[in-house]
Write a protein that binds this ligand. Structure first.
Ligand SMILES: Nc1nc2c(c(=O)[nH]1)N[C@@H](CN(C=O)c1ccc(C(=O)N[C@@H](CCC(=O)O)C(=O)O)cc1)CN2
Ligand SMILES: [Mg+2]
Length: 283
């Protein structure tokens, strides 16, 4: 393998160590950061992610509250839970695990969360602030991606960043975050013609397309940084959207799956929760 491995698990645990200290300092000032996680239904992957979030909170000293609702819950009842959490002074961050069952309007749910507690960074106010470069909660996966690229030590300013995927959770915001860092950003998606022409020109290639091993060695420029946001289960095994075995021979640096972007997503959620608790201290 010629590429540098960008180890998300390691970076996440380094960051969590310094977060523990920040939480201790907040507690000395009488504030214990609190996160509420709402899970609707019993999707096994979502249950795993929610468990990981609670475990990460526990290890960092953050108080976490779990609200589990059946997949038959009405939108109104779910919104009622959010209203209560918005008013709860012990809660600094609220998140609703996505995806939600089809009968619930995801946009309405996200918009009900107070922007002051929007630690996922999905609320239109948070998204708008990020777009115009104002301080706000940054969405966790895109922020984790930026931190991982920073870890490689390569300068982002002026680089060509190509994003494959345009979801509201990852693709669109990750491109915006890199634009805010003065990168030149290209988005590729299902309607893009001659995608390889774009990907082959990327200094930093970010892949969030949801197709196992979609990116092959011939799609990547020699020495590029390749960030794989995909998490796919194939024959009971996890793999990303990048064909790791092929691409690692061409890339300059690459993230693995598992152990890459995933652990950083949860770490950036902790960071947002701590940021929100700090705002509580100041208020
Ligand atoms: N409300 C939200 N919903 C969802 C988000 C989100 O940020 N907020 N992101 C994803 C799921 N997600 C967090 O919620 C998440 C996904 C993956 C991982 C992770 O650590 N993955 C591990 C592999 C774990 C496994 O065995 O499956 C890895 O990549 O190493 C953490 C968080 C969608 N929903
Ligand atoms: Mg090949």
């Amino acid at each position: 393998m010629s590429a540098q491995l960008i180890n998300g698990k390691e970076l996440a645990s380094e960051k969590r160590e310094s977060m523990k200290k920040e939480v201790e300092m907040l507690k000395e000032q009488g504030v214990k950061p609190g996160l509420a996680v709402i899970l609707v239904g019993q999707d096994p992957a979502s249950e795993t992610y929610v468990r990981s979030k609670h475990r990460a909170c526990e290890n960092t000293g953050i108080h976490s509250v779990s609200i589990k609702l059946p997949d038959t819950v009405s939108e109104e009842e779910l919104l009622g839970h959010i209203d209560k959490l918005n008013e709860d002074d012990a809660i600094d961050g609220i998140l609703v695990q996505l995806p939600l069952p089809k009968h619930i309007n995801e946009d309405a749910v996200i918009e009900r969360i107070s922007p002051k507690k929007d630690v996922d960074g999905f609320h239109p106010i948070s998204v708008g602030k990020m777009m115009i470069g104002q301080e706000t909660f940054l969405p966790c996966t895109p922020h984790g991606v930026l931190e991982m690229v920073r870890k490689t030590g390569i300068e982002v300013s002026g680089k060509h960043v190509v994003v494959i995927g345009r979801s509201n959770i990852v693709g669109k915001p990750v491109g915006q975050l890199f634009l805010n860092e003065n990168a030149t950003v290209t988005y590729c998606h299902s309607r893009t013609q001659n995608m390889q022409k774009h990907t082959k020109d990327a200094d930093i290639l970010i892949v969030a397309v949801g197709i196992p091993k979609f990116v092959k060695d011939q799609d990547v420029k020699e020495g590029a940084v390749v960030i794989d946001v995909g998490i796919n289960r194939v024959d009971g095994k996890l793999c990303g959207d990048v064909d790791f075995e092929e691409v690692k021979e061409v890339a300059g640096a690459i993230t693995p799956v598992p152990g890459g972007v995933g652990p950083m997503t949860i770490t950036m959620l902790l960071e947002n929760t701590i940021q929100s608790a700090k705002a509580r201290v100041r208020s």
